[in-house]
Write a new protein. Structure first.
Length: 181
């Protein structure tokens, strides 16, 4: 059995600001919105957001009266197809006063971590062609040209435990997964 991430519920103190952030910065589309007609949150509007016609919603924003920052979610991670897309998000969030972007690599990814308007932590990443034993994390500079960034990332990654090509790691993991069944 395999699991695919479907959606996250995020409690929002300011649903309008959260909707604007997720649509303007991360490109989500409002797939639905509706008012709860029963339960303890009766009368409050839920906002459903998605990137995919295959998923009605990948995020649902739920109004909350909670005053503490963050929703209790460690972070929400979104995979994108390219380094250019990571850079694009980085360029958007680095201009936001609350986002606190962290451009990093985990050897197997190029990532940017940042905060939404209510201090929830988000990661946008794309895969690198390498793997290293996790956890690992090091800073990267997305202002560098692609080749310089790739060379610097590989240079650091190859000094880490378990460094290998992604395909080799995937093959080894597939064997371990098959043996575990």
């Amino acid at each position: 059995m395999s699991y695919t991430v479907s959606h996250f519920e995020i409690r929002a103190r300011d649903p309008a600001a959260m909707e604007k952030f997720y649509t303007d910065v991360l490109g989500f589309i409002v797939s639905d919105r509706g008012v709860l007609d029963a339960g303890p949150m009766k009368g409050r509007e839920l906002i459903f957001l998605s990137h995919s016609p295959e998923e009605h919603h990948q995020i649902v924003l739920i109004p909350s009266d909670a005053q503490a920052s963050g929703s209790g979610i460690g972070h929400v991670a979104f995979r994108v197809d390219s380094l250019d897309e990571v850079r694009s998000v980085y360029e958007k969030v680095r201009k936001l006063p609350y986002a606190k972007p962290e451009p990093v690599s985990h050897a197997n990814t190029w990532s940017v971590y940042f905060r939404d308007p209510e201090d929830n932590r988000i990661e946008v990443f794309t895969q690198t062609p390498w793997h290293a034993t996790q956890p690992c994390r090091f800073d990267v500079d997305y202002d560098q040209p692609d080749e310089t960034l790739k060379e610097a990332t590989r240079g650091t990654a190859k000094t880490l435990a378990g460094f290998t090509a992604t395909e080799e790691w995937q093959e080894a993991f597939s064997r371990r997964f098959a043996d575990a069944k």
